[in-house]
Design a binder for this molecule. Structure first.
Ligand code: TMP
Ligand code: ASP
Length: 237
């Protein structure tokens, strides 16, 4: 597998072309970003921890029948993934109220959302990733109506798999963000699933174990991601 030029540099990951046009290399950097890139820090080992955590989760999702772009781990901070044509939208599922929904709707953090709720956001840091709806996605052609249906179905399918997985590790999956793309006309889960893009709380104490530790300056960010892994039976050192 030969690594070619950088195709895209995000806030925490870089994407490289390879000599196979169907495959890309995803490089998990130590950069940790919050508030649409307004707060960025380097956290030692975070790239390695997220790369390995992501591989573990993507394999669980594949095993459950959810199509993902993940192929294999290449080295500590890199994985090989299928090249997707990404939709510029973010799919957020919420099981418990936290983060932006609390501010937006004046909801108290920690309230159970039954049934879980779903939101689309436009991937546009300069505009603060505004919330959008399906009509916007259709009118502006960000994805086809048939793709919107599948993105929602897959997002909730992920919820069933991962809520149960984290519950076994005594954690609550509060919310998470997914991104999808097309490969040969099929909607496939792309990007990553790591504690950078979800909220995880301890069931008993409701201690935050995810990127809110970074957003809220709670400390022990990477140590906490490693603890999440450990509770899932994954030792990432
Ligand atoms: P929010 O409460 O800020 O809307 O975020 C909901 C969940 O989605 C939370 O786990 C963080 C994640 N998320 C990202 O990782 N990146 C984003 O750009 C957005 C909007 C959300
Ligand atoms: N990942 C986004 C950012 O870096 C949003 C967030 O997680 O706060 O700004």
């Amino acid at each position: 597998m030969n690594k070619r030029k950088e195709l895209y540099r995000g806030k925490a990951k870089s994407v490289y072309l390879t000599d196979d046009k169907d495959l890309l290399i995803l490089h998990f950097r130590n950069d940790t970003s919050a508030f649409d890139g307004k707060k960025i820090e380097q956290l030692d080992k975070k790239g390695m921890v997220n790369n390995k955590f992501n591989a573990f989760i993507m394999e669980k999702l594949e095993a459950a029948g959810i199509p993902t772009h993940f192929k294999s781990i290449l080295n500590d901070q890199e994985s090989v993934v299928l090249a997707l044509e990404m939709f510029p939208v973010e799919c957020v599922v919420r099981n418990i109220a936290a983060g932006s929904i609390c501010k937006r709707l004046g909801i108290e953090e920690g309230i159970d959302l039954d049934p879980p709720t779903f939101e689309f956001f436009l991937k546009d840091d300069a505009r603060g990733d505004p919330m959008i709806n399906e009509y916007h996605i259709n009118s502006f052609g960000w994805a086809g109506p048939e793709h919107v249906v599948i993105m929602k179905e897959l997002s909730f399918a992920v919820n069933n798999v991962l809520k149960a997985l984290f519950r076994e590790g005594n954690m609550l999956l509060v919310d998470y963000k997914l991104e999808f793309g097309l490969h040969n006309g099929e909607v496939v889960l792309g990007d990553e699933f790591t504690p950078d893009g979800c909220r995880l709380w301890d069931v008993d104490t409701r201690e935050k174990l995810d990127k809110d530790r970074f957003r809220q300056d709670l400390g022990d960010v990477v140590e906490s991601y490693q603890l999440v892994g450990k509770r899932l039976g994954l030792n990432i050192n």
